[in-house]
Design a protein around this ligand. Structure first.
Ligand code: ADE
Length: 225
């Protein structure tokens, strides 16, 4: 998979790709990340990429031209499955969207900033708009980092134990059951006996029950559909 990220703050976004699972995925050649600084596509000698909004009102808006230039250049080099705009008024990200996007070949992600982008970008260039939740960040960069993390860990071969993504919370609309490791008794805080019994079918049954119990308590909305 190839991910192209268009942003005014590439430096802000780099470190999550330089450690742990994401770095390993890149080193293994399973994904490549390419940053594009929007200012490089400004035709203006001040490298201007934003302007006041028509009609008045507080906050700057990212201009259509530098974004169109950048996206058009990338599209002339390869085909993209999705051109995603990170915005608080997009569709809320969930595991099923992450699963779907992890199967794509080339995706582009545009990070919004200030008041957002000129609506014509959204109308003519963007194929999908994604929010990471009902709150407003100072820009789309951190949201794009989160989207990339959620997608990349699902690409086949990224996680060493592939079943570990299948047992994540949300994969089956349930929260994950509790997990424990050694010691089995710490200060009298004991691990549930069933987990040390060696009885695999019973353990699976217990995990399923725990997942349902947790989901009912914390996220009953997940059980609605
Ligand atoms: N940009 C600002 N806030 C955001 C959010 N919640 N999700 C995606 N992009 C954003």
């Amino acid at each position: 998979m190839r991910i192209d990220i268009i942003t005014v703050l590439p430096e802000l976004m780099k470190s999550p790709f330089e450690a742990s699972i994401l770095k390993r995925a890149i080193d293994k050649g399973l994904v490549s990340i390419h940053f594009h600084d929007l200012r490089e596509h400004s035709k203006n000698k001040y490298r201007q990429i934003d302007d006041y909004q028509f009609g008045g009102g507080a906050g700057m808006v990212l201009m259509v031209e530098p974004i169109d230039k950048c996206i058009s250049q990338l599209k002339s080099e390869r085909e993209y499955d999705e051109i995603i705009y990170m915005t608080p008024d997009g569709t809320t990200l969930n595991q099923s969207i992450a699963n779907e996007l992890s199967l794509k070949g080339n995706i582009m992600i545009l990070c919004g900033h200030y008041k957002g982008v000129d609506q014509r970008v959204r109308d003519h260039l963007i194929t999908r708009e994604i929010s990471i939740g009902d709150f407003v960040l100072s820009g789309g960069e951190l949201a794009a980092n989160i989207l990339c993390d959620a997608i990349i860990r699902l690409i086949p071969g990224v996680l060493s134990n592939e079943t570990s993504a299948l047992t994540d919370s949300f994969q089956d609309n349930l929260l994950a059951p509790p997990v424990y490791t050694r010691p089995a008794d710490y200060k009298g805080w004991k691990v549930p006996e069933i987990l040390t019994s060696g009885n695999t079918p019973k353990i699976e049954e217990w995990r399923e029950d725990q997942a349902i119990k947790r989901t009912k308590e914390i996220r009953p909305d997940l059980l609605d559909d």
